[in-house]
Design a protein. Structure first.
Lengths: 325, 417
């Protein structure tokens, strides 16, 4: 391992490193919090659809604007992403197609359209450069404005979640109760979708379409092993997301690379996902709520109790009045 | 299981990468084995996570395939950047290269140049076809009634696993040519479209194949015409097909559904209008001072007592007004006053009879108080068929079938004309 590089990264000596770390860290926080809402609403894969639908959005925006203007591309991605999320909801409402099929359909057709458009763009002699990076992401080339976009999106999302915390909790766990209180649950549900879409689009340039889904789902799935409380789940998930993003970013610069490889480091987005995955498996193992070890302990305790209770009273007397375990 | 194709086609990336690293060639067999192993592993991981019960199924799938995909990208970036196994072609496929990548095949003394992928895809097609035909009964049963299948000893888990394996195998074989996106689109799109067209599984399978073939042909032609990516175009077409079916399908399409809904709304609105006029006639017979003109103003939706109002949107009311006029059920005298024609009286009697019979039933057999009778009857009057009316009559004491609880006469069903 290149210790000097690691030291340089950790000491935040270069401004590039600071920008990248700020960007990915904020993104991890935002995705962790928003992803929890998505997962609890059973909309984990809607983020996937939004991410894939962003590609045609980027292409359309590119065709309209005519240059690689990042805010314009992001707005295009957000618009088509929201359209994708809305079409999933629409298909589910007006037909008997189930949600997962609708998601797969939207992913396939929107992304197909995106590929068609992006090839048209690159064939017209335009530098399609930059559009590809929306699929796979290039965190290492993140510039200050990217990090600022991500930070702004994160602040907006966190603010919304903080302000509507009570309503969102009701939406996630007892929608009918919320309706009986006269709260408008439909718009609230749409708001969750919009938050997922905003997070997805903000993260596209940094980690890419497929990875952002991992960042939305994995930390919140991991947080479920630590707590049953809604607020705590949000906090744990946000913290896990941030940690995974920061550690992943640092690791991608510091991990060894084979000499034959042309790339200078590990790809940042996938590395972040792998770190998040490690955190998920650690949570699954050690988490107190339904973690594998906790479950095994509980089961062992239960079977001891049962074994003791199942003995005949006379046996129990023979055992010398041993106290119940 | 719709997202399975998505998951598998993303998850096979590391399998491909590892197979490539071990053999350092793009030979099909090791690649297929690697991809299949990775696909099955990812699905197993997802179901193991879902079985832990803390993680829901969709989230488990998401965790599993994004991890696999991330691993694949890392492997490719680190070790295999220089070769033509780049992430892009995994997504887009290489349909353009099929004609360039052929090899001769000799069968029954005839030699033909066929694309390299052809035998693999043909094999997958035949295998899937055979599986579906042989296990059609088992598949149907497990799909629609898993518990019955289990009770009959059909081992639904085996069917499920088989379906999973064949999905994985199909994805793996297809994706080299088509790219993962088209695999997703093709696995779900035509099937979902067929589901909107028909209710029978066998017909759905046939429709699905037809739609898939149509999308492939059309997408290919369009892609050639527009000089763009074939797989992407085909995927777009499958989406467009679905959107069209969603709009136009005969039974489950949006248009068909809203047409049926509008028809019902018009029927209800016109029945409401006729019965309102009928009541006005009755009142006019009792109190000669009452003007029928007042009754026609009752047909304006806003003028009515809410529990009495003509149900339906503005459009439905307008259509209903037209319908009853053109059918000769009402007539308008020069002063603009509406009144029922004899035909209209007959039509209105049916609704009024249903309404008052229901009121009588609610009052006599359920003991509801007088002021709770009208509103429910106003809603249910449109759906009481003659058979139900006969049932109601037999359940009611004879005197209750002549006068409703408000003392109004209940019109008889078989009045001689």
């Amino acid at each position: 391992m290149d210790l000097e590089a690691l030291y340089r990264t950790l000491s935040l000596a270069d401004s590039t490193t600071r920008v990248v770390l700020l960007g990915t860290g904020m993104l991890g926080l935002c995705a962790g919090v928003v992803g929890t809402l998505g997962v609890l609403r059973r909309r984990a894969l809607v983020g996937d659809a939004v991410a894939h639908a962003a590609l045609p959005g980027v292409c359309i925006a590119f065709l309209i604007v005519g240059e690689r203007n990042v805010p314009a591309l992001l707005i295009g991605a957000l618009a088509i992403g929201l359209l994708a999320a809305w079409s999933i909801a629409l298909v589910r409402r007006v037909s008997r197609i189930k949600e997962d099929a609708a998601v797969a359909l939207v992913i396939g057709s929107f992304f197909g359209l995106g590929i068609v458009l992006s090839q048209r763009i690159s064939e017209r002699g335009n530098a399609a450069a930059g559009i590809d990076s929306f699929i796979f992401g290039k965190a290492a080339t993140m510039i200050q404005s990217d990090a600022l976009v991500i930070s702004a999106a994160t602040l907006i999302c966190l603010l919304v979640v903080a302000l509507l915390h009570k309503e969102l909790r009701t939406l996630c766990f007892d929608r009918a109760f919320g309706e009986s209180l006269g709260w408008r649950m439909g718009p609230l549900d749409a708001l969750v979708m919009a938050l997922v879409a905003i997070t997805t689009v903000a993260g596209l340039p940094a980690v890419g379409a497929v990875m952002i889904v991992g960042l939305l789902i994995i930390p919140s799935a991991a947080a479920r092993f630590w707590t049953d409380r809604f607020g705590l789940t949000l906090i744990v998930s946000g913290a896990l997301g941030t940690l995974a993003a920061i550690i992943g970013t640092i690791a991608s610069g510091a991990l060894p690379v084979p000499d034959s490889s042309p790339s200078k480091g590990w790809p940042t987005g996938p590395t972040i996902i792998l770190v998040a995955g490690a955190a998920f498996f650690a949570s699954m193992l050690f988490g107190p709520k339904g973690g594998l070890i906790a479950q095994a302990l509980r089961r062992a305790r239960l079977s001891r109790t049962l074994a003791y209770d199942a003995r005949l009273p006379i046996d129990r007397a023979d055992s010398g009045g041993r106290p119940l375990p | 299981m719709s997202m399975l194709g998505d998951a598998i086609s993303h998850a096979i990336l590391p399998g491909l990468a590892i197979a490539f690293l071990i053999t350092s060639s793009r030979a099909p067999l090791p690649m297929l084995v690697g991809a299949a192993l990775a696909g099955i592993l990812s699905v197993t991981l997802a179901s193991a996570l879902a079985a832990a019960r803390r993680v829901r199924e969709d989230a488990a799938l998401g965790v599993s395939f994004s991890l696999f995909f991330a691993g694949g990208i890392v492997l490719i970036t680190l070790f295999a950047r220089s070769v033509d196994l780049d992430p892009g072609c995994v997504l887009y496929g290489l349909a353009e290269l099929i004609p360039l990548d052929t090899r001769p095949i000799t069968l029954l003394g005839m030699t033909a140049e066929v694309p390299r992928a052809f035998p693999w895809l043909l094999g997958a097609l035949l295998l899937n076809l055979a599986l579906v035909l042989i296990f059609f009964k088992e598949l149907t049963l497990t799909t629609f009634d898993t518990s019955l299948a289990a009770a009959l000893g059909f081992a639904p888990w085996a069917v499920h696993a088989g379906l999973l394996a064949s999905t994985a195998a199909t994805s793996v074989v297809s994706f080299e040519v088509l790219g993962s996106i088209l695999v997703i689109a093709m696995l779900v799109g035509p099937g979902a479209t067929a589901y909107l067209i028909t209710d029978r599984l066998s017909r759905m399978l046939a429709w699905s194949c037809a739609f898939a073939a149509l999308a492939a042909t059309l997408g290919y032609a369009l892609a050639l015409a527009l000089e763009t990516n074939i797989a992407g175009m085909v995927a777009t077409i499958t989406g467009a097909q679905f959107a069209l079916a969603l709009l136009l399908a005969p039974r489950h399409g949006v248009l068909a559904k809203s047409y049926r809904r509008l028809n019902l709304a018009v029927r209800i609105a016109s029945e409401d209008m006729l019965s309102t006029l009928y009541r006005a006639h009755e009142r006019a017979a009792r109190e000669p001072a009452l003007d029928l003109a007042e009754a026609s103003s009752l047909l304006e939706p806003a003028a009515l007592d809410p529990s009495d109002r003509v149900v339906g949107s503005r459009l439905a009311c307008w259509l209903a007004r037209r319908t009853i006029t053109t059918r000769g059920l009402v007539r308008t005298d020069p002063a603009g006053t509406l009144s029922l024609t004899p035909l209209g009286v007959d039509a209105a009697r049916e609704t009024i009879r249903a309404h008052r019979l229901w009121e009588a039933y609610l009052a006599t057999n359920l003991g509801l108080p007088q002021d709770h009778l009208h509103a429910p009857s106003h809603r249910v009057e449109h759906f009481l068929t003659p058979e139900i009316q006969k049932r109601l009559e037999t359940e009611l004491p004879p005197e209750a079938t002549r006068l409703d609880p408000h003392g109004q006469p209940i019109p008889r069903a078989d009045r001689p004309r």
